[in-house]
Design a protein around this ligand. Structure first.
Ligand SMILES: NC(=O)c1ccc[n+]([C@@H]2O[C@H](COP(=O)([O-])OP(=O)(O)OC[C@H]3O[C@@H](n4cnc5c(N)ncnc54)[C@H](OP(=O)(O)O)[C@@H]3O)[C@@H](O)[C@H]2O)c1
Length: 470
């Protein structure tokens, strides 16, 4: 069995867990996979830092009174070795990417720079590259894929979307002969944890966020998660995979969860829904439109991230806590759902390791890399979205108000499916569920409502998923 020499760039949560897996499990991995993997070099920023290498275990232990397992309580199972960092460590990462003694490069430093340059340098030297870097792929996926194609070496990124869940392989390989219509994902564990705490424990957004930070599920500076940027990057990568489309994070419509209130969640629950932050990518058939490639129909794609009401009968509604799940709708396979741990050092390293083994196999056999991020597509604006909406407005409790409000809905062609009035002191809250309406019409309705003297406040708008959305 040939030994494949691995260079790891980055030894943090994921890199450290991968190093632990490979150092302690080398013989077992070789037996299972048929490749002998030896980590020969490790790149970090700070060589003086003492390191624990191994990663947190995924096996559950106890529960806190709030029903949440903390990372510490999950029985952090660190394969401590006092000799880390050892002679393999360096702070010159380019010397690893360009080292002729390294067969496979694993990029786990994250961010755009110098990760992009390191990956390009490794591919240029004829090395397959494994990365978990969603941020970079969502910006430069097409460039990196082209470089991989030119070099004839694989660029593998299973861990970049939904951590341990084998989603990239499912979309990029298993479903490659099928035609994916839509992918709907809960792909950010932090926001799903916060929304679950708000829904099940009645915590305010601020309290749920503090709990998430305390348990290590959210960063001290949480905007990447709560503003939806992380989910948007994953949506861009998913669109690249599912539709072979050149989609960047800038093409993704994005709303976070910061404006979602306990009232919104209570209302949704009363109506039979759960509020989730969804990443949705979908294609639309536009017959008669022909793209630049001969006889190739132009593909219209929409990618969006926003809070949504998910019908309780939909499988995504039951995804709780920090878990991720992705629901795929395709022409032949129908509906599929993948569920699991979307983050964490060890679960993510497991996905990275699968890619490293694939990369090792690709060096002994011909690369089977499939082109992704290639096609130029038309992006559908969010204003053209047609779905049902739930909206509430607080109004002065006076005669004639309901009629005035209903007239405005009617003027914009937004038809009301259900309505209920709640008494507040001196005011009334009117809650509306609409029939399927165009987003631009709904926005125009809200703008006119806001201008109405009797309307005190227009509340958060939630798009309703699961009732014939298009
Ligand atoms: N953590 C997760 O649950 C998770 C899940 C899915 C995907 N990912 C992705 O996996 C990648 C790694 O994440 P992580 O959580 O392991 O990150 P991390 O804990 O912050 O570790 C980053 C590592 O890279 C090194 N590094 C960073 N910038 C560097 C630079 N300019 N030069 C040299 N070394 C540098 C750091 O060195 P020092 O140790 O010396 O500071 C550290 O070892 C990211 O792309 C992330 O998006 C992470």
């Amino acid at each position: 069995m040939r030994t494949m020499r691995v260079g790891i760039l980055g030894c943090g949560h994921v890199g450290g867990a991968l190093l632990g897996l490979l150092d302690t499990g080398r013989a077992e991995i070789a037996e299972r996979s048929g490749v002998d993997l030896e980590v020969v070099r490790v790149g970090v920023r700070d060589l003086a830092r003492s390191r624990s290498v191994g990663g947190e275990a995924s096996t559950p232990a106890r529960r806190t009174p709030s029903g949440v397992k903390s990372r510490e309580e999950e029985g952090a199972r660190w394969h401590q070795r006092s000799s880390y960092p050892d002679s393999r460590f360096t702070d010159d990462l380019f010397s690893i990417a360009e080292d002729d003694e390294v067969d496979i490069v694993v990029e786990l430093i994250g961010g755009l720079k110098p990760a992009r340059e390191l990956i390009l340098a490794a591919l240029c030297r004829g090395k397959p590259v494994v990365t978990a870097n969603k941020e970079l792929l969502a910006r430069s996926g097409r460039e990196l894929e082209e470089s991989s194609r030119h070099s004839g070496r694989s660029l593998l990124f299973e861990a970049a979307v939904a951590g341990a869940i084998p989603l990239v392989r499912a979309l990029g390989e298993s479903l490659v002969g099928d035609s994916v219509r839509r992918v709907i994902g809960i792909v950010n564990g932090t926001t799903n944890f916060i929304l679950t705490q708000m829904a099940e424990q009645g915590l305010s957004y601020e309290a749920a966020l503090s709990l998430a930070i305390g348990l290590g599920y959210a960063e001290q500076e949480p905007s990447a998660d709560v503003e939806g940027y992380d989910a948007a990057a994953k949506a861009a990568i998913l669109a690249g995979l599912a539709f072979n489309a050149d989609v960047t994070v800038d093409d993704v419509y994005r709303e976070g969860i910061v404006a979602v209130t306990n009232d919104d969640i209570a209302l949704a629950q009363r109506l039979g829904y759960e509020v989730k932050l969804l990443a949705v990518i979908e294609r639309e058939a536009r017959p008669g439109v022909v793209g630049p490639e001969k006889d190739s129909p132009r593909l219209s794609v929409r990618a969006r991230v926003h809070p949504a009401m998910v019908s309780r009968v939909h499988p995504l509604a039951g995804v709780r806590g920090q878990f991720n799940a992705v629901f795929i709708e395709s022409d032949a396979a129908g509906e599929l759902m993948l569920y699991g741990q979307g983050a964490g050092g060890l679960p993510t390293a497991s996905a990275v390791l699968g890619d490293v083994i694939d990369a090792a196999h690709s060096l002994t056999t011909k690369s089977s890399a499939r082109p992704v991020f290639r096609r130029t597509v038309e992006f559908l604006p969010i204003e053209e979205l047609r779905t049902e909406y739930c909206v509430y407005i607080d109004v002065l409790d006076q005669p004639g108000v309901l009629g005035a409000v209903a007239t405005i809905f009617g003027e914009h062609g937004v038809s009301i499916r259900w309505m209920e009035q709640f008494d507040l002191s001196g005011e009334a809250r009117l809650v509306f569920l609409t029939h399927i309406a165009r987003e631009s019409d709904l926005r125009a309705t809200l703008a006119d409502l806001e201008a109405l003297a009797v309307v005190e406040r227009v509340g958060q708008v939630l798009r309703v998923h699961g009732q014939g959305e298009s």
